[in-house]
Write a protein of this length. Structure first.
Length: 80
């Protein structure tokens, strides 16, 4: 998912943080320092971001919203 898609995501800030966490996690593969890895794990747990929520496009306006929402957060039409 690109940064443009993240900015349109209903939970865009957390989505961007999840992407940053994934990037740092990849960079941490080569880190052998136990204190650094433990500090990183404490930070990830503290952020408590959870999994990326599922989204879908509104059938009326096309904006992204949460998959299980009963109304669009943009046009306020009911979503099936």
């Amino acid at each position: 998912m690109g940064t443009d898609a993240l900015s349109e995501h209903p939970d865009g800030k957390k989505s961007a943080l999840r992407a940053m966490v994934a990037d740092v996690e990849l960079a941490m593969v080569d880190v052998t320092s136990a204190p650094a890895r433990e500090a990183w794990q404490r930070l990830v747990v503290g952020l408590d971001l959870g999994p990326e929520p599922a989204v879908r496009a509104c059938p009326h306006c096309g904006k992204l919203g949460m998959q299980h929402a009963t109304r669009c957060g943009f046009c306020w039409n009911a979503t099936p």
